[in-house]
Design a protein around this ligand. Structure first.
Ligand SMILES: Cc1ncc(COP(=O)(O)O)c(C=O)c1O
Length: 321
């Protein structure tokens, strides 16, 4: 994956890519106390559009609140504007957007007391996260030997950098074992989520997903639930056990990076047809239409890049969030 772009927004300014540097003694680098978001921009008939930008920025600020970082030196509107302008400045269309808020000064006494916070945003061209064949064929997963964090240990509603050591351990183990993705169980032994995706199960036409108590409140999860309900699928949030995965008609995962991808095999057991099932394929198509601006019903989720009037309207709306 190539990460380069012309500009990165760093500490309030658009700086050339090569100049976007932080000091080695940035405590967030040592203790994992940064917070971040993963956002995507897509091509639409009306130009590039960032998908659910306001919801991602809201979650970013919620992550800061969870970690207790105190006041962020940028307003919601400034972060919104910087994101839109950065995509435009880099002439990006389909790209990934990565805001990061970090402790710039202090934090060495393992606290968030008397710290100075700053932030940056990078964008890079996007390629398929789980591979080109994943959409139709699905991917292979296993249950990780690493459980997902207990919410009282790592605060799973926040996208805190340090939380992702858990994901790195699980995904590395799975990939070394020949799988594409890891499914993590919660501390009680029930299915929670994957390393960067929420998980769904289909049985007899009903869609099930674990409740929000211990998982990241995925924005794609919410998008897919909304679309599915609008399409008259029954969606149930309930505790799911490992063996329920094995006997499902379909299992699929959702995330900004992965989008909507079927799990064709779990722990060497074929799931359903062993490829993308009918419900997953239906939701993949609907999700693709929504993010690419082909379904006007969900146009409120699109924040256009090259349309100043649009962006001003969105900024006014954002103030109300
Ligand atoms: C642990 C975890 N679960 C779920 C998700 C999916 O969230 P979203 O759909 O907002 O990208 C992510 C990705 O951010 C994640 O890191």
């Amino acid at each position: 994956m190539a990460f380069d772009s012309d500009y990165i927004w760093l500490e309030g300014e658009f700086v050339p890519f090569r100049d976007a540097k932080l000091h080695f003694l940035t405590s967030s680098l040592h203790y994992g106390t940064g917070i971040f978001e993963g956002i995507r921009s897509y091509e639409t008939p009306d130009g590039p559009s960032v998908f659910r930008l306001k919801d991602h920025l809201k979650r970013l600020l919620n992550s800061a609140q969870i970690l207790g970082l105190g006041e962020i030196p940028y307003t919601f509107e400034e972060l919104y504007d910087a994101t839109i302008k950065l995509v435009e400045l880099n002439n990006m269309v389909e790209c990934y957007i990565r805001p990061l808020i970090y402790i710039k000064e202090g934090g060495w006494n393992l606290s968030t007391i008397k710290i100075k916070i700053d932030a940056g945003i990078a964008v890079w061209k996007w390629t398929n996260y789980l591979g080109d064949e994943a959409l139709a064929k699905g991917i292979r997963a296993n249950i990780s030997s690493f459980p997902r964090h207990h919410p009282n240990i790592m605060m799973t509603k926040g996208k805190t950098a340090g939380n992702y050591v858990n994901s790195v351990l699980a995904k590395s183990e799975s990939m070394r074992g020949g799988f594409d993705e890891a499914i993590m169980l919660d501390p009680n032994g029930y299915v929670s989520e994957c390393t960067g995706e929420n998980i769904f199960v289909v049985r007899d036409g009903v869609i099930y997903t674990p409740p929000r108590n211990s998982v990241l409140e995925g924005i794609t999860r919410d998008t897919v639930i909304t679309i599915a309900k609008d399409k008259n699928y029954e969606v149930v949030e309930e505790i799911i056990s490992r063996d329920q995965l094995y006997i499902s008609d379909e299992v699929f995962v959702t995330g900004t990076a992965a989008e909507v991808i079927a799990l064709s095999e779990i722990d060497h057991r074929k799931i359903g047809s062993g490829a993308t099932g009918l419900v997953c394929a239906d939701l993949q198509k609907s999700y693709s239409d929504v993010i690419h601006g082909k379904n006007k019903k969900y146009s409120d989720w699109l924040d256009y890049v090259n349309n100043t009037s649009h962006s001003e309207v969105r900024l006014t709306e954002a103030k109300a969030v």
